[in-house]
Design a protein around this ligand. Structure first.
Ligand code: SF4
Length: 288
């Protein structure tokens, strides 16, 4: 594992991601090392020879820079709402090193101290986010999403190699909800077992409702060439029988069937679907 302390030139970056106007990445790289991660591909240009999941750039000046950038935008736009700010697009903002460096916490504190009036959204796989509830409560408009791709800790351990188990993420959702923080769940990528087993999707939705989730974002599996090569190399050794399943999941026919299944599962529930549709990464604007 290689930890690099770096000085960023900018931290509040315009984005074309759905539902967001700016992204903040206090880190670059992610030690959770999910086998399906396409941030691996995006972040790769900085570390062309390193293996995803083995390095982390720690942007030590992120909070100071964020404060400066917020003040500059405020001077220019005469408002404290520049749109939705999303943590994060090329890392997990609560990757384990957050315990040591506290950059996400400090960036959130900067936003709270500034009186940021727009939405701040955080997406993570880590229950560490619950340690920042005090800061989250100081933000005017915040929601926190936990990625939940299955109910099975073994599935998450297998593909989301070093990320905290699903059970811990569900507990985090429950805690946040109890503390009055708006939560959502991100089911993405939707793993192949979901379509072949409507029951497992229903169980997942039941569980999410039980921990207070009222909004769910869905995203189709997206295998760009580099992600596919990395995932299939791994599956070839660990579970070759899953390769055809993943191959089938990345087709238009499969996506259409899956969307029908999701809408059936959501019918009659008090759950809002984020953006009102299942996201497909290939349809997104080509920005960070
Ligand atoms: S937690 Fe997110 S950013 Fe980190 S490896 Fe997994 S998918 Fe990629």
């Amino acid at each position: 594992m290689k930890i690099n302390l770096v000085t960023a030139k900018t931290v509040l970056i315009k984005t074309g991601l759905p539902g967001a106007d700016y992204v903040v990445n206090p880190y670059n790289g992610c030690l959770f090392g999910c086998m399906y991660c396409y941030a691996a591909q995006i972040a790769r240009w900085r570390h062309p020879h390193e293996v995803w999941g083995t390095y982390l750039d720690v942007k030590i000046n992120a909070p100071v820079l964020l404060k400066k950038e917020l003040e500059n935008l405020h001077k220019r736009l005469k408002t404290k709402n520049f749109g939705a700010v999303f943590f994060s697009s090329v890392t997990d903002p609560y990757v384990g090193m957050e315990v040591k460096y506290r950059l996400t916490r400090q960036c959130l504190s900067v936003l709270a101290d500034f009186g940021y009036a727009g939405n701040v959204s955080i997406q993570t796989k880590s229950p560490l986010v619950t340690q920042d509830i005090d800061v989250l409560q100081r933000l005017k408009d915040v929601n926190v999403g936990l990625t939940v791709t299955s109910l099975n800790d073994r599935v998450s351990r297998f593909l989301e190699v070093k990320a905290p188990p699903i059970s811990a993420r569900l507990e985090a959702l429950k805690t946040l909800h109890r503390k009055g923080i708006n939560t959502y769940a991100f089911i993405g990528p939707i793993l192949p077992h979901i379509l072949s087993n409507l029951e497992s999707l229903n169980q997942l939705l039941d569980k999410l409702e039980a921990v207070g989730v009222r909004e769910i974002w869905f995203e189709h599996l997206h295998l760009n060439p580099a992600t596919k090569a990395r995932l299939y190399r791994f599956l070839k050794h660990q579970a070759p029988e899953l390769i055809p399943e993943f191959e089938r999941s990345d087709t238009a026919v499969y996506r259409a069937q899956l969307e029908q299944v999701i809408r059936r599962a959501l019918a009659g529930r008090r759950l809002k679907m984020g953006l009102g549709k299942v996201i497909h990464h290939r349809d997104l604007p080509k920005k960070k």
